[in-house]
Design a protein around this ligand. Sequence first.
Ligand SMILES: [Zn+2]
Length: 286
Amino acid sequence: MTQDCSLRFLFDDADIRGECVVLNDAFNEVTAAHCYSDSIKQLLGEFAAAAVLISNNLKYQGKIVLQARGSGPLELVMMECTSDLQIRGIARGNLKAEAAAPLALLVDGQLAITIEREGGQNYQGIVALESDTLAGALQNYFLQSEQLHTRFWLTAQQGRAAGMMLQQLPAQLQQEPAARQDQWDTACILAETVTPNELVELAPSVMLHRLFHEMPVRIFDPIKVVFGCSCSRERSLNALSLLPEAELVELLTEQGAITMHCDMCGNDYRFVQSDIPMLAENGRVH
Ligand SMILES: [Zn+2]
């Protein structure tokens, strides 16, 4: 069974590209940092699959950040995927909350999609979470912002997350508008027959051959997806140095050390006085 991978595919005779993703360990590491309800795990799984699918649009080093905010019970769902397919993410709010349609936990929600380019300009688009599903919200987003027909199928169950995306490409193989539309409609109708079980259980190549045997697809090699957190001792120290000196002194006096906790991976970074340059120099703590 293929696990934790993403793969792209292209239709031989139609201007349509696609992506598939299956996440197992990487998804479980995202959800392990907190005690999430099943509904929130499902939502995080859909966000994780979506972030990987969208990150395949990146044409340079950087990352995609999906960030949804709501007025409760969930306040935030955030998921990042880098151009080398490392994911991390988190949900904040009432982490015990359950809902039949998990996206409803983000009441009056808004989804921001940010493309962060390493050493370059960021781009951000925002869409209201008016759809019942994340897949529906993303489809609206792509239609509004990119003017591209894009469809998503996302699911998370049995400790796995999975997804598929189809996207229409500029006219090249088929120039005639009606025939182009017909090919797009046919591909979507065939893709629509996929069940959530098939998405998480089947190897992507098997699933794609089953779905699209009427429309031949070329499948590229799978690329590994891993859980990865960008936190570090150095970043934690930088964050600490933004606190007022008096506050640092107080914390060190009370506790002997300051521990910085990363919410996304659960790592702790512990600092004593001599680790903190501005305090080490003048020796203010006795
Ligand atoms: Zn971390």
